[in-house]
Design a protein. Sequence first.
Length: 382
Amino acid sequence: MHWWVLGIVLLAVAAGAAFLFRRVYLQPWQDLEHLLTTIGRGQQPPTFLLGGTSHASRIGLALEQLLDRQRQLDRQVTKDAAEVRAVFAALTDGLLVVDSTQHISICNPAFENLYGKSPVAAGTPLLDIIRDSDVIEPIRAALADLRPRIAEVLASDRKRQLQVTVVPITGENGKASGVVALFHDISRLKQADEIRRDFVANVSHELRTPLSIFHGNLETLLEAGDLDQNEVRHIYEVMKRHSDRLNLLVNDLLSLARLESKEANLQLSQINVRDFLEKVTRDWAKRLAAKNLQLELQVPADFPAVRVDERRLEEVVHNLLDNAVNYSHENGRILIHAATLDGEVALSVRDDGVGIAPADLPRVFERFYRADRARSRELGGT
């Protein structure tokens, strides 16, 4: 009887010990495994409390703090990535990051627009997007010798001119882990440079011709002692005509300088358009008669008064009339038309002369641009 009671007691003790062992030593590990599995799935555990010993509780608390820290870092990384993407998207220049295997890591919308590919996925081979060797070569060279490269290339539309700046990214091993390439549109700079060259060429020609005539006529006056009065008068008339030409050129340049000055201002006043045009065109009676040109004003009787800088508008109309008269055929017709359009006033000067070639029309408002330089230099024009 005593052995039977002792056996029951020992069995109870063993069961209690097993339960305690499981609760204190096994259950925490099972809870920890479940906790890590839940975290690994990206889910929020219902609790971080681990039963058992105080060591298990501290592990649960450390995991909670670690997960919270990780989430803070994830939020910061997401925020930083969003800010970087916003900066890249705001760049007007194309930005491209290529790894050492010449696969695209990052590019911005401006780059995608340049090459007509949107969107470009990370990992795309560079040659799938760019096939221009003039662009590929500086990228390969920068990867190979770890030195920045700058090249001027044409965009994929073969119209825009780009300056490509390639800078290598150096890894911890001292080798290139990739490159950053910046594509800057320099079309306007190139156009401005062309305009500057045209300006220098045109002004040089305009100056050289009258100065050469001055020089030749002055030599004639100094060296020839037997000139009669008519010959001398003819020389003076030629010099006067070319002096006026030089004066017009200088006035044009001064007007341009004033208009481009930050201090330029307009002296606005109310004018009657028809009265204004009639006054301006009276100055052209002799030149119109010389080519037997008919000038017609088309301004409605009830045309509204406008507020303008009268002197500046007079310069504009004189320039337009000058071109119209120069390039009109004899016995032609010049029409000045005034109209209102959406609350604005439009003045136009039309003639039936040689006109402007369609290829030159996009450039008519460029400073110093001449559609036909030989013809323009012969006839003048502004």
